[in-house]
Design a protein around this ligand. Structure first.
Ligand code: HPA
Length: 262
């Protein structure tokens, strides 16, 4: 039976049916994860929550220990991760409050520890053609339909370094490159999960129009407000996703390391 990890805001574990069993601190060879993990059950499914920015939202995106967070999930036996994040909408038809199931990534981060493979055990190049697990994406899509939460199926996530927001010109160029949404936390989270053969999916909430789309200044308050307003939709999407997720993985994420080492 699969164990499912959720990375997201700290309120998300207050999801209907979640029975908290314990809070667990995990040590890793890469240092400390963002917080303790919340272990529990939804029905028969084991679920593990981690607030990405810490439970007091005090870790900025560029200082998150992504390797420790993902390693910690693996140590706890998690083989699938649902990742929730706030993003700016680049594509003009995306508006605040929209929810997107991601299917591609453009990685513009610069200064992050982005791999577990530092050459000590051979040179590893994992396949990342499809950065998000197709089975989880499909499960999220079906869950959205069943609980009548509108979701956009597919979107390219542009991962930026942050913590500053983008310039109008950066957003224009991301649009030309095919970006749909922009955020600061999606990478290297996704590729680290793949390196550990953990399925990973990205569910993004458009919190604001990206820089330069509207004439006014972007504020953190509007981002927080939209995230709060969509929490209930995200929770019901997650609940249904847990119900629909197949017991056994049928995707190829679990074989990512096969034929990947020189
Ligand atoms: N840019 C980058 N990250 C973000 C944004 C944005 O506009 N909104 C929420 N996270």
């Amino acid at each position: 039976m699969s164990k499912i990890g959720v990375i997201g805001g700290s309120g998300l574990y207050e999801i209907e049916g979640f029975v908290l069993k314990k809070r667990q601190t995990v040590t890793t060879p890469y240092g400390k994860p963002s917080d303790h993990y919340l272990l529990g059950k939804i029905g028969k499914t084991d679920v593990v929550f981690l607030p990405r920015h810490g439970s007091h939202h005090n870790i900025p995106p560029h200082m998150i220990n992504y390797r420790a967070n993902i390693w910690g999930f693996q140590k706890l036996g998690v083989d699938r991760i649902l990742s929730i994040s706030a993003v700016g909408g680049i594509k003009k038809d995306l508006k605040p409050g929209d929810i997107v199931i991601l299917d591609q990534v453009l990685d513009m981060t610069r200064d992050r520890k982005s791999t577990f493979h530092d050459g000590k055990h051979g040179v590893v190049h994992i396949d990342f053609t499809e950065p998000y697990c197709p089975e989880l994406r499909e499960t999220l899509r079906r869950a959205g339909t069943r609980v009548r939460v509108p979701v956009k199926n597919g979107g390219t996530y542009v991962a930026v370094e942050g913590p500053r927001l983008e310039t109008a010109s950066e957003i224009r160029s991301f649009r030309i490159l095919g970006g749909d949404v922009v955020g600061m936390t999606g990478m290297p989270e996704a590729s680290l999960a793949r390196e550990l053969e953990i399925c990973y999916s990205g569910l993004s909430v458009v919190a604001n129009y990206a820089a330069g789309i509207r004439k006014r200044k972007l504020t953190v308050a509007e981002v927080m407000e939209v995230m709060k307003e969509t929490t209930e939709d995200i929770k019901s999407l997650l609940s249904e996703t847990f119900r629909l997720i197949p017991d056994k993985r049928r995707c190829v994420c679990g074989e990512a390391l096969r034929e990947a080492t020189i």
